[in-house]
Design a protein around this ligand. Structure first.
Ligand SMILES: [Zn+2]
Length: 203
């Protein structure tokens, strides 16, 4: 497992984590949805500031509500692939993993890919990296920390660390909804006050 983790760290150096820019812009990203209520909440919050974002969707959830994927695109957001069933590349055979990503691709039709858990093995990376633009993140909102989530700490960290070009990780699923709802409105208000824009990623 240690060797896998080291190889994964090396792979990440070749892929997108921040987008170097002189513009005061961040790239907000949301993982693991779409799930109905959280989805609407996030969209409405972004609309308050005309912020665009990238939604890394699970294929199985998108298949249940294809209208949500359509709506994201209509409203100017980017859609990314976050696998079909959220496997961990460390724990399943490479062929199974790649098939899962491709299953989601047939529903989502996007070249943006965020591997679940930010994990890839050498074999899965070699099979996928030419076809997809892989996007990790440079700043974790910590909305997925469950019982270790501390609202004030997470907000303070975001305010202290946000830089131009950061790819910021949030979620839009029921499992993390409570934390996302606490954190996102205050962070967006702060970004806006500081003069940041948010854009979706290009594939
Ligand atoms: Zn995920």
């Amino acid at each position: 497992m240690l060797v896998k983790r080291i190889i994964n760290k090396i792979i990440q150096q070749f892929e997108v984590r921040r987008i170097p820019t002189k513009e005061k812009v961040v790239y907000l990203t949301f993982d693991d949805g779409p799930e109905a209520d959280t989805f609407r909440f996030v969209l409405d919050e972004l609309d308050k500031y005309d912020y665009k974002a990238t939604f890394f969707c699970r294929g199985d959830r998108a298949a249940r509500s294809p209208q949500h994927i359509e709506l994201l695109r209509q409203r100017g957001h980017a859609v990314g692939n976050h696998s079909h069933s959220h496997p961990n590349a460390f724990n399943v055979p490479a062929a199974t993993y790649v098939a899962d990503i491709e299953q989601a691709d047939r529903i989502l039709h996007t070249k943006l890919l965020r591997p679940p858990y930010g994990s890839l093995t050498l074999s899965t990376w070699l099979q996928l990296h030419k076809k997809y633009r892989m996007v990790y993140w440079s700043l974790d909102s910590e909305d997925s920390k469950l019982e270790n989530f501390n609202h004030q700490q997470a907000l303070d960290k975001l305010k202290a660390k946000t830089k131009k070009g950061d790819v910021v990780l949030f979620h839009f699923c029921q499992r993390h909804e409570k934390e996302t709802r606490q954190l996102l409105p205050e962070y967006l208000a702060w970004l806006h006050k500081e003069g940041f824009k948010s854009k979706g990623l290009r594939s």
